[in-house]
Design a binder for this molecule. Structure first.
Ligand code: PAF
Length: 282
């Protein structure tokens, strides 16, 4: 695996591949890699000839400096994992490399997609995500970029970014990877105790419950019941919403044929998010 810190050097290296009509798959990460990331890498390896992974804990997407500091950083373990997966290129830029002082930070038009859910609890988070992804895509210019469905709102926003900026990359969404009890894998799970991991399985159970009762009662009523279930397990809910899969608008009285149940909550002091695709007979 070749490792780069300089965007210019990486760009030059990848240019050679493009000349030879090789395809480039890109997996952006913030490190602390787990099986969810490995799944993205496996997909990238299946669909492209060369895979680039980036590790960059992006400061502009953290609205809470304490959360940024607490974010796990495990670069040596990450490198081992990436080598085991035969990743071709690793990009580990500095903050200065991604955000040069000479370059002014632009505001990216995200429509209304960043206003609710994560956007309400983490103001400017998605501006930060969109800025870093745009910058990384400009450096790497991949044919395909791979994102997990676990961050559903992020995935929707990145699709919007690509369309809005007319970028030529194809975005591939990969299913959420869960542990045996259904807990969605996340770098933040490293901060959960064994008891909390058990407590957090209520999230998946509640999403399954939502799938079972969708259609039978209104989204608004089902949302209340889901929040009650989670709160009974002493999870502190930031939001639980049923949303339209493209516009992310909230469903209240009526179901759509496809909906996404999105949840964010605290288990102890660790904030977790998850979602599930809900199909109805509508
Ligand atoms: O999903 C993540 O890990 C991050 O938001 C991303 C896409 C790597 C941007 O920093």
């Amino acid at each position: 695996m070749k490792q780069f810190a300089s965007s210019k050097e990486l760009f030059e290296e990848l240019k050679k591949l493009k000349k030879n009509a090789q395809s480039i798959g890109f997996v952006p990460t913030m490190g602390a890699l787990h099986s969810g990331h490995i799944e993205l890498i496996k997909q990238a390896k299946k669909q492209t000839t060369h895979v680039v992974v980036s590790i960059f804990v992006n400061p502009t997407q953290f609205n809470d400096p304490a959360d940024f500091q607490a974010y796990p950083r495990t670069i040596q373990e990450d490198i081992k994992l990436l080598e085991q997966q035969n990743v071709d290129y690793l990009f580990v830029p500095t903050t200065q490399e991604i955000y040069p002082q000479s370059q002014e930070q632009e505001l990216i038009d995200l429509g209304k997609l960043d206003k609710e859910m994560e956007g309400r609890f983490r103001p400017n988070h998605f501006q930060g995500v969109a800025q870093v992804v745009k910058r990384l895509l400009a450096i790497i210019q991949p044919d395909y970029a791979f994102f997990g469905q676990k961050d559903f709102q992020q995935l929707t926003i990145i699709r919007h970014l690509v369309k809005h900026e007319k970028l030529s990359v194809k975005i591939i969404a990969c299913p959420t990877v869960r542990n045996d009890q259904g807990l969605a894998l996340s770098s933040r799970n490293m901060r959960l105790s064994e008891a909390q991991k058990q407590q957090a399985t209520a999230i998946y159970q509640t999403l399954l419950y939502a799938q079972q009762y969708a259609d039978k009662i209104s989204p608004k009523e089902l949302k209340k019941r889901c929040i009650d279930r989670l709160e009974k397990e002493e999870l502190k809910v930031d939001y639980f919403e049923f949303v339209h899969p493209d516009t992310l608008s909230f469903l209240e009285e009526q179901w759509e044929s496809d909906a996404i149940a999105c949840v964010a909550l605290y288990c102890g002091n660790v904030r977790l998010i998850d979602n599930m695709h809900i199909t109805t007979t509508k």
